[in-house]
Design a protein around this ligand. Structure first.
Ligand SMILES: [Ca+2]
Ligand SMILES: [Ca+2]
Length: 386
């Protein structure tokens, strides 16, 4: 056995040596190696992961920030006409009419137009805050229309019609600065501050609504027979605009310069064409606009016996939304104004008509000796009810 042991000894030694070699190749815990791996590999993996998400994945960021559905709706609307239709090209204008002038609870309309704000400074105490007062230190100028009142004019006199009672009152005979005596007033209009503006055939005035004294504002390059203010937001302007109507049916923007109502233009008032009525239609003498109601105008249709009162686009008078009513028997409606629920038409023959906006029924309110040339109402209705 000993020999056998001896005879196997070299083999045993060889096996032992072989096992030691094999043991040296078995994976062993090697702190230095593993530590190196943890230091170098893991941080690189983490940094690469972070980098790829935040900086090398631009598609994700762009999708979230610039091509979101919000952008699609506001600036990349594939059907932008929907937005336009709702705001400026209402295909069903009668809805606007129904909701505003036929509103049985009109205080809602006024509440929206005159927010409840603290009073602004009014140095002269005339009811017009300094920022709206053409003469902030003169309590007698420019004057304002009375609430619940529309106004009408002959060529020489100013009248007031109280809408609560339908009572017609003479305010005064128009008077002027000496250089402008004997001007004939063809139409009147009230701005959003309820200040009275008036035109003669070739001149523009501001007139005190309580005294009918008029101050010259500028000359006119055309002869206008109608005058109205239109809110700026309706026609894409910052401020409300003054519009003159030619007999031939053209509407002109009377540009008063910087800001509204500056009244300081002593030269010729620059004008620019807004548009004109469709062929064969003339201005019968007036138009008016009330915020939330829209524009109405009196029109003479060539060869027709009667005037028409139409609802018209303020942006383009060629777009007559509808013939609101044929005023049978009257063809000289030179004055037109409106109030809640009613239109008032002043014919040169002296008749005053009241037209129900809901039923479109016409009643003769008054027959006067006055040859009516114009009428006016503010774009914002003022009332003592609120
Ligand atoms: Ca004032
Ligand atoms: Ca004043």
């Amino acid at each position: 056995m000993k020999i056998r042991h001896q005879s196997y000894l070299p083999l045993f030694i060889l096996i032992l040596l072989s096992c030691e070699d094999d043991a040296s190749h078995v994976p062993q815990f090697n702190p230095s190696q593993d530590q190196q791996q943890s230091i170098h590999i893991l941080p690189i993996d983490q940094s690469q992961s972070s980098l790829s998400m935040d900086q090398f994945n631009p598609i994700t960021r762009i999708d979230q920030s610039t091509t979101s559905p919000i952008l699609d709706q506001s600036t990349l609307d594939p059907n932008p006409s929907q937005t336009l239709d709702q705001s400026t090209l209402d295909p069903n204008p009668s809805q606007t009419l129904d909701q505003s002038i036929l509103d049985p609870n009109p205080s809602q309309t006024l509440d929206q137009s005159i927010p409840d704000l603290p009073p602004l400074p009014d140095q002269d105490g005339d009811g017009l805050s300094d920022d709206r007062d053409l003469a902030p230190n003169d309590p007698n100028w420019p004057g304002q229309a009375r609430p619940d009142t529309i106004y009408a004019n002959t060529s020489t006199k100013l009248f007031a019609l109280e809408v609560k009672t339908d009572r017609l009152i003479e305010v005064n005979t128009f008077s002027f600065e000496p250089s402008y005596a004997n001007e004939l007033i063809t139409d009147i209009a009230f701005d959003q501050n309820n200040v009275l503006w008036a035109i003669s055939f070739r001149k523009l005035f501001i007139c005190h609504a309580q005294t009918a004294f008029c101050r010259y504002q500028g000359s006119l390059p055309h002869t206008f027979n109608g005058l109205t203010w239109i809110p700026g937001d309706v026609v894409g302007q910052a401020n409300e605009i003054l519009v003159g109507l030619e007999r031939e049916g053209s509407w002109y923007h009377l540009n008063l310069g910087n800001g509204q109502n500056n009244g300081q233009n002593n030269g010729q008032v620059p004008v620019s064409l807004i548009g004109e009525y469709p062929p064969a239609r003339l201005s019968s003498g007036d138009a008016f606009y009330i915020d939330g109601i829209g524009a109405f105008a009196s029109i003479e249709y060539l060869l027709a016996d009667d005037n028409q009162i139409v609802k018209v686009s303020s942006q383009n008078p060629e777009l007559i939304d509808e013939v609101f009513v044929d005023v049978v028997g009257y063809r000289k409606i030179y004055g037109l104004a409106g109030w809640r629920g009613f239109l008032y038409a002043f014919d040169e023959t002296g008749t005053v008509l009241k037209i129900n906006l809901q039923t479109r029924g016409i009643t003769r309110l008054n027959t006067t000796p006055q040859a009516w040339w114009g009428a006016g109402v503010s774009t914002v209705l003022y009332s003592e009810d609120f």
